[in-house]
Write a protein that binds this ligand. Structure first.
Ligand code: EPZ
Length: 420
């Protein structure tokens, strides 16, 4: 298992390119199952989660080719069974259910298991499929959906914690080949949902309203092949913006869509950092330690839950007391105990972290528990005195393409120790 060693105290500066979006690429790759024809997807990031999705497509019978950031998929014939061995590696595998149900009117996909960031049911996905006329059963750890006929319906997509991203994607992908009109009410508005809808429309689907709370889908008989470029990864971009705030002078991100980063930019500006944008770049100018903040995670366009851990790392060195309230995954605070090992002063009250800024963090051996928590530990290591040893970095490789190379490019003193 690889480790990352971060030698703290170096100033970051320069320019870095942002990769394609993981959370957009995964459902778009699943959507290629909706047609027999060839699909070509560009700007696909080189991540272990993408690798798992390609394994699933291959297992389902699709021809999959990959050449650097371009993936070509041709799913001429497909089987409809995605087993536990593959699905257990990545929750997002659940989003092959919709395309298989849409195309083959049936699918068996292993039920996603537990997740360290909290309870992650898929009840809204399944209720959506039932509303389209599918029979849904959970047997022996598998979700089985079957629908001789799929008929458009009005489907609510908001639960206790707001709308669901992959739920919206999954139902949208089943509904594009259903008879008649489907209305998804309370849909997720995330840019990744819009990117998927744009790809589906290039395949000949009729999806309107993606990016709003109400998506209207006119079912069609069949879809054809298409070519598409995945949007930039706004969470990777946000992570590098926080890296620049934590110990940067001036850092410029290229290949970003600044309009997707509004809430992150506002939070950093409130914390005292200067943010400048152009059509495809964001520049963050460091300004010493941040001002304390009150932050609450929300569904898009609110502050993203996937940036919460990184902000906890930044606010550990803030002047004053900050509060970070997690409304999407209330238990998503695995990074807190590790940040405290580095000297942070954080107390948890229900789904709020109360962060009393300290004058220094110190390097320590720490354990990554999930993707964004591991990024937060690397960021804290950049600011800490001494060496931080981040263990279980396979978590970080799930969602960040070569993060240590990119940080080194900006001047960080960071090493990856392989296979320890
Ligand atoms: C997507 O997960 C992202 N993953 C997550 O990013 C992200 O944290 C999350 O959206 C929220 O923005 C991918 O896109 C692959 P949800 P998803 O369904 O779709 C509850 C990362 O770090 N819920 O929008 O699985 C759920 O428990 C990952 O890249 C139900 O109650 O999340 C949660 O509290 C982590 N019933 C809330 O809704 C359902 O059927 C939002 O979850 C579905 C969800």
């Amino acid at each position: 298992m690889d480790k990352i060693l971060v030698h703290g105290g170096k100033k970051l500066s320069g320019t870095v390119n942002i990769s394609g979006s993981k959370n957009s690429a995964l459902p778009i790759l699943a959507a290629t199952l909706l047609t027999k024809e060839e699909c070509v997807i560009h700007h696909v990031p080189d991540l272990s989660d993408v690798h798992y999705m390609l394994q699933i497509l291959d297992h389902l019978g699709a021809q999959v080719e990959r050449a650097s950031g371009t993936v070509t998929v041709k799913a001429e014939k497909v089987t409809t069974d995605a087993p536990y061995e593959i699905v257990r590696k990545m929750r997002a595998s659940v989003c092959v259910l919709g395309p298989l149900l849409g195309r083959e009117r049936e699918a068996t996909v292993s039920m996603p298991g537990g997740c360290v960031i909290g309870d992650r049911p898929i009840d809204l996905h399944l209720k959506g499929f039932e509303a389209l006329g599918a029979a849904v059963r959970v047997v022996g750890g598998d979700v089985k959906v079957l629908a001789p006929q799929l008929k458009g319906a009005v489907i609510p997509m908001t639960g206790k914690f707001g709308s669901t991203v992959l739920g919206t994607d999954n139902v949208m992908m089943a509904a594009v080949l259903a008879e008649g009109t489907t209305v998804i009410d309370g849909a997720a508005e995330e840019p990744e949902v819009v990117d998927l809808a744009n790809f589906l429309n290039k395949m000949g689907a009729k999806v309107e309203g993606a990016g709003t709370r109400r998506i209207i889908i006119e079912g069609v008989k069949e879809l054809h092949g298409a070519e598409h470029e995945v949007i930039p990864d706004r969470i990777e971009a946000g992570t590098f913006m926080v890296a620049a705030a934590i110990c940067g002078t001036e850092v410029r991100l290229r290949r970003v869509q600044p309009e997707h980063l509004g809430s992150v930019a506002q939070a950093l500006e409130r914390a005292g950092f200067r943010i400048e944008t152009t059509k495809t770049t964001v520049t963050v100018t460091g300004n010493g330690d941040p001002t304390s903040l009150e932050l609450t995670t929300e569904t898009y366009p609110g502050f993203p839950t996937d940036m919460q851990a990184q902000m906890c790392a930044l606010l550990s060195r803030a002047k004053g007391i900050s509060t970070v309230t997690e409304n999407i995954f209330p238990q998503r605070f695995m990074h807190v105990s590790e940040l405290k090992r580095m000297g942070a002063n954080i107390t948890l009250e229900n789904n709020t972290a109360i962060i009393n800024g300290v004058n220094a963090l110190s390097g320590a051996p720490v354990m990554a528990s999930d993707l964004r928590a591991s990024a937060a530990l690397v960021l804290a290591g950049l600011r800490a005195e001494g060496v931080t040893e981040v263990n279980r970095v396979y978590h970080i490789d799930r969602g960040y393409e070569k993060i240590d190379d990119k940080l080194r490019q900006l001047g960080a003193n960071i090493q990856r120790l392989e296979g320890l």
